[in-house]
Ligand binder design. Structure first.
Ligand code: KIV
Length: 275
């Protein structure tokens, strides 16, 4: 039934492999991770990429938003994730206000790569962020862009809301996604957008599009690791699935998440947002 569950370990994931996966139509399964134990289980479950997300501020530190997370926080958790994982590609989030301009972005990204031992950094937004992406890529920092619902914009957005609804907003997202690719981003995370828009962006881009609340047409999926095992604080978002239900280990839950992503069984219609 779960043909995607692999028993033989695959080689460590590298940045160029991501684009190859897209070309091959092989879906990318990603999770967030904040410590060595969860990273080890995710790695054993064949998760392709582990994001040391600034969501750590909320799900680990219990804060109300991601806005007070620091580069030191991400490095601290990133180093723990490194100790736990051997195969998964590690991505570090650049926290709020750490990329106001390209030079400042590079200063912080270099620490996340060097001290945090991550292979890629993730930046939220378009606009001036596109220049930061170009500057980082020119200086050998692999970049993952993040568009749609960008939690670091929560104050401006007035909450965590679906993005890209309506023609103008959808076109703006398509333009920003294209600009991120042209600037050199290697991957794009697309959060909380209607599935048809995500499908259009996926088809537009050569780089992989990883969805979270962006429907089944993306090149891969990412979820917060706690959400996958039913530890969600507050109201559970529509796009979350608890893989621990009916299973008795976190490893098994992670394996089934990976299998369903690879088979295209997750996300299902109940996890999607309509236009
Ligand atoms: O910080 C995070 O966990 C993220 C994911 C939700 C994509 O950015």
């Amino acid at each position: 039934m779960y043909a995607g569950i692999t028993e033989t370990r695959s080689p460590p994931i590298t940045v160029p492999m991501l684009r190859q996966f897209k070309q091959d139509g092989r879906k990318i399964a990603a999770l967030t991770a904040y410590d060595a134990s969860f990273a080890k289980l995710a790695d054993e479950a064949d998760v392709d990429a582990l994001l040391v997300g600034d969501s750590l501020g909320m799900v680990v530190h219990g804060k109300r938003s991601t806005l007070s997370v620091t580069v030191d926080d991400v490095i601290y958790h990133g180093r723990a994730v490194v100790r736990g994982s051997k195969r998964s590609l590690r991505i570090a989030d650049m926290p709020y206000a750490t990329y106001p301009d390209p030079k400042t972005a590079f200063k912080h990204a270099a620490r996340l790569i060097g001290e945090g031992e991550c292979a890629m950094v993730k930046l939220e937004g378009g606009g001036h962020v596109i220049e930061c992406i170009r500057y980082l890529v020119d200086r050998e920092v692999p970049v993952c862009a993040h568009l749609g619902l960008t939690p670091q914009s929560v104050l401006r957005l007035g909450g965590y809301k679906v993005q890209g609804r309506g023609d103008a907003a959808a076109q703006a997202l398509r333009d920003a996604a294209r600009a991120a690719q042209v600037a050199g981003a290697e991957m794009l995370v697309l959060e909380c957008v209607p599935s048809p828009l995500a499908a259009a962006i996926q088809a537009d881009l050569a780089i992989p599009v990883i969805g979270i609340g962006a429907g089944p047409h993306c090149d891969g999926q990412i979820l917060v690791c706690y959400d996958v095992i039913g530890i969600s604080s507050g109201r559970r978002p529509r796009f979350v699935k608890n893989y621990l239900l009916g299973r008795d280990s976190v490893l098994d839950a992670f394996k089934h998440y990976v299998a369903e992503v690879r088979e295209g069984a997750f996300p299902a219609a109940e996890h999607e947002y309509a236009e």
